[in-house]
Design a binder for this molecule. Structure first.
Ligand code: PEP
Ligand code: MN
Length: 291
């Protein structure tokens, strides 16, 4: 039975769930996002130094993360905040990949940088603030790297899928949707995690859906419960901020987990991941068939 909202999304043919239920699986090396494995991407908000990134990479890999996140080009709300290390940050990420075998996801902010960032990254992140940068969406669409597309903080789900459609229309089918919280009237949390976005997106779109509890929460103590909620809501994975010393972080320290907090969260998530994969079995059976 089609959900009541499905007609609203019918025009996004390139990203829509088709009648046969076949789902897109985004592959990065031996990692398959949108298939049976629950894929966790973790690391600092911003790349600050080689020591910081390599220590974090080792800690998150040991706790079960498969992909290292870290921003080299940072879209900061304030022009006075740390703007990222740029190319040097990309080189640091590359060295962390060589040391740990983790794949790399990092943000690209403008069309001119797509080729450069693609040389270093396995997945290109298009951030919340860039979700409607159509020149960037077209450029990553013409590129060869999978795209992690974050929902704009004031974007409807329809607008979110419209942006995904732009990437796919330009030739790149490998798009991962990321719910990262939206602006609402409450200011206790940084954003409001739209948990319903996960089953809604999965009911209308064939793309994998992951959740970023860190930017939704804006506070480290809320990250584990939001991660649990995302897991049982049917997300294909998580994007989590982790820092060796969050109190000294140059970006988003208040929402970053320590290594120990991340390890604990990953341990505690295991039964929820098992439960969710049981719930997703019919969906996964189709995903595996088409991959
Ligand atoms: C980030 O991932 O560090 C980031 C800037 O996220 P968002 O685009 O969701 O704000
Ligand atoms: Mn951040």
């Amino acid at each position: 039975m089609r959900p009541p909202w499905s007609r609203r999304f019918a025009c996004f043919d390139q990203v829509a769930l088709r009648d046969d239920g076949a789902r897109a699986v985004v592959r990065v090396g031996d990692i398959a996002i949108g298939a049976a494995e629950f894929v966790v991407m973790a690391g600092p908000c911003a790349v600050e130094s080689e020591r910081q990134v390599c220590a974090t990479a080792e800690a998150v890999a040991a706790a079960g993360a498969r992909i290292l996140r870290g921003g080299a080009f940072k879209p900061r709300s304030s022009p006075y905040s740390f703007q990222g290390l740029g190319i040097e940050g990309l080189r640091i990420l590359q060295r962390a990949r060589a040391a740990t075998g983790l794949a790399i996801v990092t943000e690209v902010m403008c069309p001119e940088d797509v080729n450069l960032v693609s040389e270093y990254a396995d997945i290109l992140q298009v951030g919340s603030r860039s979700m409607e940068n159509f020149a960037l969406l077209e450029a990553v669409g013409r590129g060869t790297r999978p795209v992690l597309l974050k929902r704009g903080m004031t974007a409807t789900l329809e607008e979110f899928l419209q942006s995904a459609q732009v990437v796919v229309m330009n030739g790149n089918p490998n798009v991962i949707l990321c719910e990262r919280g939206i602006r609402t009237f409450d200011s206790v949390t940084r954003n409001t995690l739209d948990v319903a976005a996960v089953p809604i997106l999965k009911s209308v779109s064939r793309l994998p859906v992951i959740v970023d509890p860190s930017h939704a929460a804006g506070a480290r103590m809320l990250v584990p419960p939001l991660a649990r909620a995302a897991t049982v809501a049917g997300a294909d994975g998580l994007l989590v901020e982790v820092h060796p010393a969050p109190e000294t972080a140059l970006s988003d320290g208040v929402q970053s987990l320590t290594f120990e907090e991340f390890r604990l969260m990953m341990d505690e998530l295991q039964p929820y991941i098992a439960l969710a994969s049981g719930l997703r079995e019919p969906e996964l059976a189709v995903a595996e068939r088409v991959s």
